[in-house]
Design a protein around this ligand. Structure first.
Ligand code: GAR
Length: 229
């Protein structure tokens, strides 16, 4: 006789919503890992501020619910974000991943979801918050660059950093070459970090990243090579 097994809340796939404005290669990394069975999660929605975002096409191709909201159709940022987060909430995510979402978020919306939103940013934070990170890294003349995943707070690109991937800056680098080297590390960095988040091993307590219940002294250094891809 077969037994009816009801999955416990802990064993069900974690529900992830993604915010994206652009081409969506980080989203694709999540899609591919879930379909390969290497990330135990479910993508419950992809949301964008740009109807032409490649990320939406990737969501469509993967059969994931997706929506674009037009900022100009709203009277204010808070009105836009109220609608955006109403839709996100309706999808019921456990975790919200900003993967190339380029629009500022309303502080109230972020503050209402402590520890439930993460962002991937193409620099070794706190260096180079904001835009054009690769150009600025080259101009600064440092030997190292990379990407970070951090908890989103009302402080733009300033939330507690969970993990980083480092790449060398080469003498002959231009912006495109450096961006490509960083992006190749972003995908495994995001995947590995999201795996730890969905496993419940990483959490935010009192503005500090905790791993297995202990405050991290420094960001995790991940994705140093293709091990996590
Ligand atoms: C990525 O490089 C991501 O780190 C960056 O946008 C790109 C999106 O690429 N995010 C930011 O700059 C956020 N401040 P993708 O659309 O191919 O994932």
């Amino acid at each position: 006789m077969s037994e009816l097994r009801v999955p416990s809340p802990e064993s069900r796939p974690r529900r992830i919503a993604v915010l994206a404005s652009g081409r969506g290669s980080n989203l694709q990394a999540l899609i591919d890992a879930i379909s390969a069975g290497t990330l135990q999660a479910e993508l419950v929605g992809v949301f964008s501020d740009r109807a032409d975002a490649g990320a939406l096409q990737r969501a469509r191709a993967a059969g994931i619910d997706h929506a674009a909201l037009e900022p100009k159709a709203f009277a204010s940022r808070s009105a836009f974000d109220a609608e955006l987060f109403a839709r996100i909430d309706a999808a019921g995510p456990d975790l919200i991943v900003c993967a190339g979402y380029m629009r500022l978020l309303d502080a109230g919306m972020v503050d209402a979801r402590p520890g439930r939103m993460v962002n991937i940013h193409p620099s070794l934070l706190p260096a180079f918050k904001g835009l054009r990170t690769h150009r600025r890294a080259l101009a600064a003349g440092g030997r190292e660059h990379g990407a970070s995943v951090h908890f989103v707070t009302a402080d733009l690109d300033g939330g507690p950093v969970i993990s980083q991937a480092r790449v060398p800056v080469r003498d002959d680098d231009d912006e495109a070459a450096l961006a490509a080297r960083v992006l190749a590390r972003e995908h495994p960095l995001l995947l590995e970090t999201v795996r730890w988040l969905v496993a419940g091993r990483i959490a935010l307590h009192e503005h500090q990243v905790h791993l297995d219940g202990r405050a991290l002294a420094a960001p995790l250094q991940l994705a140093a090579n293709n091990r996590f891809a």
